[in-house]
Write a protein that binds this ligand. Structure first.
Ligand code: KG4
Ligand code: ZN
Length: 342
């Protein structure tokens, strides 16, 4: 079965082809112009998707040496995400399904992230603990199988990636903030400045990163005159290192707690923040100390990509296809995906 996956939930236009379980192409076009605005501008993102969607699909087919007539199934991200952006990919997928009379499988963005580990040969067995850390979401989920999840907790305010982006913006480091903070943190001293670690010892699986962001803001305000930062490059590296360490400590603490409480040996991390080198190192050390296995996807599969969309569609199977093509887009995390009792 040959599946065309399409993803356009935020600022990446992506199309991928999965042929009998083998990934034949995964084209990702990033909207770099958002950098100048310090964040994704939804209206501009939708327009950029409109320009990019057909060239990206065409390139993914070319890369896979296939024509549109070779596609058996088409899948696209339905949500959560920016509605205008989602509509572009969703409608492109529906148009292909309608004109070719092939099945269309709508895919949940967070669910796709949860299964991104399966794009690698080494992937976790069920059940496993899923830690999703992206620009819009931070959550811990027990994954019992496809469609069988138990949500343990999520963020009550900012997502981890959002905190990286906002803190980078405060220091004029550009957008997205994660990669640059990651790079500068590697040069800084994580113990030089201690920032707040909200809810770290709450004993549950709720996250909160807004207070951490505020504690960085206060530190920077205390080192600014007339709004101009008075600290040098070395101190900026230390702020990055201290901030990143705070996020990493919280994520690792809660992941280890969940693995222990629910007796899970395998932890799969997903979403853009899983590319963070401080997080991956700390998670691997903490897991090794407890005899646990950690799975972190390659960076092209951790940030938004269509390969994970095609993969989840394959794992869900044709029963997930919507016959009438009436799948709506949705902006927020749907409550229906996670059943507290499963
Ligand atoms: O999963 P993703 O591509 O998009 C969403 O679904 O949100 O995640 C994007 C987020 C951004 O906030 C970005 O700053 C963050 O992932 N990110 C990182 C790193 N690379 C990307 N955060 C920390 N360290 C990184 N190396
Ligand atoms: Zn994402």
């Amino acid at each position: 079965m040959t599946i065309l996956g399409i993803e356009s939930s935020c600022d990446e236009t992506s199309a991928a082809v999965l042929c009998d379980g083998v990934l034949c192409s995964n084209i990702i076009s990033s909207q770099l112009f958002h950098t100048e605005f310090g964040g994704v501008v939804p209206e501009l993102a939708s327009r950029a998707h409109l320009r990019a969607i057909i060239p990206v699909i065409t390139e993914s087919l070319r890369d896979a040496s296939l024509g549109i007539e070779n596609i058996d199934v088409v899948a696209a991200t339905q949500g959560p995400g920016l509605i205008g952006s989602l509509l572009v990919g969703l409608n492109a997928a529906k148009a292909i399904a309608f004109s070719r009379d092939i099945p269309f499988i709508p895919v949940h963005h967070i669910e796709a992230h949860l299964f991104s580990a399966f794009l690698h040969e080494r992937h976790p067995p069920f059940p496993y603990l899923g830690l999703v850390v992206s620009g819009g979401h931070t959550l811990l989920v027990v994954v019992h199988g496809v469609g069988r999840y138990r949500l343990l907790g999520s963020t009550i305010d900012d997502a981890a990636g959002e905190a990286f982006d906002k803190v980078a913006k405060m220091m004029g480091l550009g957008f997205p903030g994660g990669p640059v903070i990651d790079m500068r943190a590697a040069r800084g001293n994580p113990s030089a400045i201690s920032f707040a670690r909200p809810l770290m010892d709450s004993g549950d699986y709720r996250f909160s990163f807004s207070g951490l962001k505020t504690s960085v803001l206060y530190y920077l305000r205390g080192h600014a005159t007339d709004g101009v930062l008075q600290i040098g490059e070395k101190e900026i590296d230390d702020v990055c290192a201290g901030f990143q360490q705070a996020i990493v400590d919280v994520l690792v603490r809660k992941s280890m707690l969940a693995a222990e409480e629910f007796g899970l040996q395998h932890i799969a991390v997903a979403g853009g923040v899983s590319a963070n080198t401080g997080l991956s190192t700390a998670l691997r050390i903490a897991a090794a100390e407890r005899g646990l296995e950690v799975y972190i996807p390659d960076i092209i599969f951790s940030t938004d990509n269509a390969a994970m969309v095609a993969k989840l569609a394959e794992m869900k199977g044709l029963s997930a296809a919507v016959p009438d093509l009436c799948a709506p887009a949705f902006a927020r995390l749907s409550d229906t995906l996670f059943d507290e009792n499963s």
